[in-house]
Design a protein. Structure first.
Length: 246
């Protein structure tokens, strides 16, 4: 259970929820999304209590990218992305030309316009994740929530997806859960490091994601190594894995 938790997410910034399994990341994430009710406290956006908003008003403020997504029918990618426009339509309305233009804009922005006429069910895991991000951005919400967006992706797709997340953060507030301290350090975001004892540490990533804090949180020795490539600083978290003799 998450108790005595308080933080602020600003537009144009990324907030990462980081921590081991079982500390309440998913519970907190789902509570913000109103998928499970709060047992106390409140969540506000620009001073508005989100629990008092209609579902449509809430959807205009927060868009969601799930960890995994399976569509039972082979919708074309352009139609999956335009589904993000549903919140802007009436109950019996159909997507307009403008809605499809917005969908195509985000396909272009994310570099996947060549997928527009392909069935979503035939895409790779990395391609599907990019399509889901395009769908969420087409929603034109103020904030974007992402549940472990690079899970189950190979190394290359992880890098591509995370690079796009960093680019998108210039225009929208992003809340994401992750298991990768390296990613948190690299994007220089705000972080909530959640621990088993119900406590949490919050602040700039490079102040919170330290060797001592990671050791206390995960129970393993960790070295945070700083290097540089083409003038860009790089941080890598290296766990010291104990090898027991057989």
């Amino acid at each position: 259970m998450v108790q005595d938790f308080s933080t602020v997410v600003k537009s144009g910034r990324i907030l990462c929820l980081l921590g081991p399994n079982g500390v309440g990341k998913t519970t907190l994430f789902k509570s913000i999304l109103r998928l499970i009710p709060l047992m106390g406290g409140r969540i506000q956006i620009d001073g508005r209590d989100t629990s008092r908003l209609s579902r449509k008003a809430f959807a205009k403020l927060i868009a969601y990218v799930p960890q995994t997504h399976t569509v039972p029918f082979p919708f074309l990618v352009r139609d999956v992305v335009v589904m993000g426009r549903a919140v802007h339509l009436s109950a019996v309305g159909e997507p307009s030309r403008k809605d499809y233009e917005i969908a195509l804009h985000w396909l272009n922005q994310l570099g996947i316009s060549d997928l527009a006429d392909k069935p979503y069910t035939q895409l790779s895991g990395g391609e599907r994740q990019m399509v889901l991000i395009a769908r969420a951005m087409a929603q034109q919400a103020a904030f974007l929530m992402m549940d472990e967006p690079t899970t189950n992706l190979d190394f290359g797709n992880q890098a591509r997806v995370f690079g796009h997340i960093m680019a998108l953060s210039h225009d929208i507030g992003i809340i994401m859960t992750t298991h990768f301290p390296d990613h948190v350090l690299q994007c220089d975001c705000e972080v909530v490091l959640m621990q088993h004892d119900g406590h949490y540490l919050t602040g700039p990533a490079r102040e919170i994601v330290t060797e001592d804090n990671l050791r206390q949180t995960y129970g393993v020795d960790v070295h945070v190594v700083e290097s540089e490539a083409d003038g860009v600083p790089i941080w890598t978290c290296v766990p010291m894995i104990p090898v027991e003799p057989l």
